[in-house]
Design a protein around this ligand. Structure first.
Ligand SMILES: Cc1cc2nc3c(=O)[nH]c(=O)nc-3n(C[C@H](O)[C@H](O)[C@H](O)COP(=O)(O)O)c2cc1C
Length: 162
C-alpha cells in the first residue's frame, strides 16, 4: 500500500496553508522543511542584491541548512514538495531537502505558490538532484485553490491510494 507525504517550505505562510489543505484532503502526512536560520523580512527582500535570499538564489550550489528531519522517508512512495517560487524556480533550501534523502523508486511531485510566475524548471532542477526518483514537472497554484482542485490534481500521482 502506498503512502504520501506532503513536505513544504514556506517563508511567509502562503505555501504552508496550501500544503495543509493538500495533506488534509488526500490524507497524507505533513512535514515542514524548517530552515535552521529562519528568514527575516530583510532576508526576503528580492529588491536588495545583497539580501540573503538574493545571494542564495544567485549561487546554484547554495544549500541552506534544515533543522527538521523526516522520521521515516522509506514508508512513502509519493512525496509532494511545496515551496514559494523564488526567482522563477525552487528556493535553494528545497535543493537541500532533495539531497538529504534517498528518493530511489519514489515519485516527487513539486507544487508551488507565487506572485504570478509558473513553477518553471523547478521539477527538472530537482530531478537532477534525485536521479533515482521520478520527479514530475509539478504545478503552481493560485492562493485560493480549492481542496477539491488539489485533490483532483494529486490523484493523478497516487491513483492506488485515492
Ligand atoms: C526572494 C523571493 C523571490 C521571489 N520570486 C518570485 C518570482 O520569481 N516569481 C513570482 O511570481 N513570485 C516570486 N516571489 C513571491 C512568492 O513566490 C510568493 O509571495 C509566495 O506565495 C510566498 O510563499 P510563502 O508565503 O509560502 O513563502 C518571490 C518571493 C521572494 C521572497
Amino acid at each position: 500500500m502506498s503512502k504520501a507525504l506532503v513536505a513544504y517550505f514556506s517563508a511567509s505562510g502562503v505555501t504552508a496553508k496550501m500544503a495543509e489543505k493538500l495533506a488534509e484532503t488526500i490524507g497524507a502526512d505533513l512535514f515542514e522543511i524548517k530552515p535552521e536560520t529562519p528568514y527575516t523580512k530583510e532576508d526576503l527582500d528580492w529588491t536588495n542584491k545583497k539580501s540573503r535570499s538574493t545571494i542564495e538564489m544567485e549561487d546554484r550550489n547554495s544549500r541552506p541548512a534544515i533543522s527538521t528531519k523526516v522520521g521515516d522517508m522509506e514508508q512513502y512512495t509519493t512525496v509532494f514538495v511545496g515551496f514559494p517560487v523564488w526567482w522563477y524556480r525552487e528556493p535553494s533550501i528545497i535543493d537541500t531537502f532533495i539531497e538529504s534523502y534517498d528518493f530511489h523508486g519514489k515519485t516527487i511531485v513539486p507544487f508551488a505558490t507565487s506572485g504570478m510566475s509558473p513553477i518553471g524548471d523547478s521539477g527538472r532542477n530537482m530531478q537532477a538532484l534525485a536521479p533515482g526518483a521520478k520527479v514530475v514537472a509539478g504545478k503552481r497554484f493560485p492562493n485560493g485553490v480549492s481542496a477539491d482542485e488539489l485533490k483532483k490534481w494529486a490523484s493523478e500521482y497516487d491513483a492506488d491510494r485515492m
